[in-house]
Design a protein around this ligand. Structure first.
Ligand SMILES: [Zn+2]
Length: 455
């Protein structure tokens, strides 16, 4: 990316270094304490008791709601805390009508409250048999880790006021078929929210696999290729013009990886360019199906002996998803990265709508609509077979030092002519407020950060 000085108003934010970043507040001890608390409910299976005060999903979700309220009390009531629920009937892993209740906290944005960034993990747990709701199912890593991350993110970020809204969500029903995620996605749509990004965190608290291979400083970020809400018409258009590596989720993944790379001593990102792991899914999927940009964070190395397992020892090998098998320094690292991402996303404008005209001409006309809150548009380019957007230095080399011609029209459409033949490049743009720039939105069919309009 390059800041091509498409500057409208130079309202530069005060330098970040002057203040403590919210990510510095992340506490490994509190994360461990929350995971231990979650394990103490015995099982958090979606079909377990809703009204036992000590054991089961009901007690766990009540605790999550109470914890959000405690966090909100410390910021003068900055969090609106509510359950977002649905009764699920007739689903393969829901044999009887079951209340699926998510614990949700909303930190309203001061300037663009309708623009939301969601961070979520799933609070429900399971053992070997997905319908076994009575056995102990500690679910420390899957997904006590993601749940603790969401709570800790709320603690770290709730002291700051942001232009756009942050929603913290503890989802239920994931192991029974992504029911809590679907319920939250439906709710977000019903609220009429503009969803800027969804960060789904599921299994984010271990660093070694069963074979002893460890990656203590790498988190995987999964993103979809062709977007899940493509229409036939758009699919045909992508087949002609490209876009299979330019969904909003994919650009969100690139953005998170770049953000991590700015802090090279902290958790780094391995981008995984598929929606989820082989044969498996997660709560980012219902959001993608609605056309909302979403990614999944998950550990670099999974430990299959310590997830979804009955607690037991066989041939000297312990099986079970317990606190002892986790790495809390690792969880703190992933939490920090999420907090950095949420902080920047909640400050940045929406990615702009961007389009190009490059047919049968020696240059390329790029147009971008300035989103609410944006002060400048940042142009992005890469070769069609390159995985990442060109760096500022690379773009200087491509475009030369001359500023491209620039026109700003009344409708806040910014146009610029780039001295390159468009067939050989992918184009995009991000929108910036001060030093905070949105993910790139690509100038391809289906590249916009909004659901595809169904025809
Ligand atoms: Zn999970």
């Amino acid at each position: 990316m390059i800041k091509r000085a498409l500057l409208l108003a130079a309202l530069l934010a005060s330098p970040l270094s002057a203040q403590t970043h919210p990510a510095e507040a992340v506490s490994e001890e509190r994360l461990k304490g929350d995971v231990e608390k979650l394990v103490s409910f015995g099982t958090r299976h979606t079909l377990s008791s809703q009204d036992d005060p000590d054991r089961g999903i009901g007690a766990a979700v009540d605790w999550g709601l109470a914890e959000f309220k405690r966090i909100g009390a410390k910021c003068g009531g900055c969090l609106e805390v509510l359950p977002v629920s649905d009764t699920i009937t007739a689903a393969p892993r829901i044999p009887t009508p079951t209340l699926v209740r998510n614990a949700v906290a909303i930190q309203r944005g001061s300037e663009r409250p309708n623009e939301v960034v969601i961070v979520q993990g799933h609070i429900d747990s399971r053992v070997s048999d997905p319908l076994d709701f009575t056995s102990d199912a500690p679910g420390a890593n899957d997904d006590g880790s993601g749940t603790a991350l969401v709570l800790e993110a709320a603690r770290a970020l709730s002291g700051t006021q942001y232009p756009s809204t942050i929603i913290y969500a503890l989802l239920s029903g994931e192991e029974q078929g992504l029911h809590g995620g679907r319920t939250l996605a439906n709710w977000a749509e019903a609220q009429g929210y503009t969803v800027k990004a969804v960060l789904n965190n599921d299994i984010v608290g271990n660093s070694c696999g069963k074979d002893g291979y460890c990656e203590p400083k790498v988190v995987r970020v999964f993103s979809e290729g062709p977007r899940a809400d493509l229409t036939e018409r758009l699919r045909a258009s992508q087949t002609r013009y490209g876009g299979e590596n330019d969904s909003p989720g994919r650009n969100l993944s690139r953005w998170v990886a770049d953000l991590a790379a700015e802090h090279s001593d902290e958790m780094q990102v391995r981008q995984i360019w598929r929606t989820d792991r082989m044969g498996r899914g997660g709560d980012q999927v219902p959001f993608l199906q609605k056309g909302y940009p979403a990614v999944r964070f998950s550990v670099g190395v999974e430990d299959y002996d310590h997830q979804h397992q009955d607690l037991r020892t066989e041939s000297g090998v312990f099986y079970g998803d317990t606190v002892e098998e986790m790495d809390f320094a690792y969880l703190a690292g992933v939490t920090k990265l999420n907090v950095r991402a949420l902080d920047a996303l909640a400050r940045a404008p929406m990615p702009p709508e961007v389009s190009i005209d490059a047919a049968v001409r020696v240059d390329t006309l790029l147009s971008a609509k300035l989103p609410a809150g944006a002060e400048l548009i940042d142009i992005a380019m890469r070769r069609t077979n390159a995985t990442e957007w060109a760096s500022r230095e690379e773009l200087e080399g491509i475009l030369g030092s001359a500023e491209p011609g620039l026109e700003v029209s009344e409708g806040e459409i910014i146009t610029t002519t780039l001295p390159v033949r468009g067939d050989d490049w992918m184009f995009g743009a991000s929108a910036c407020a001060g030093e905070y720039c949105s993910p790139v939105s690509s100038a391809v069919p289906g590249g916009a950060f909004e659901p595809v309009a169904k025809e």
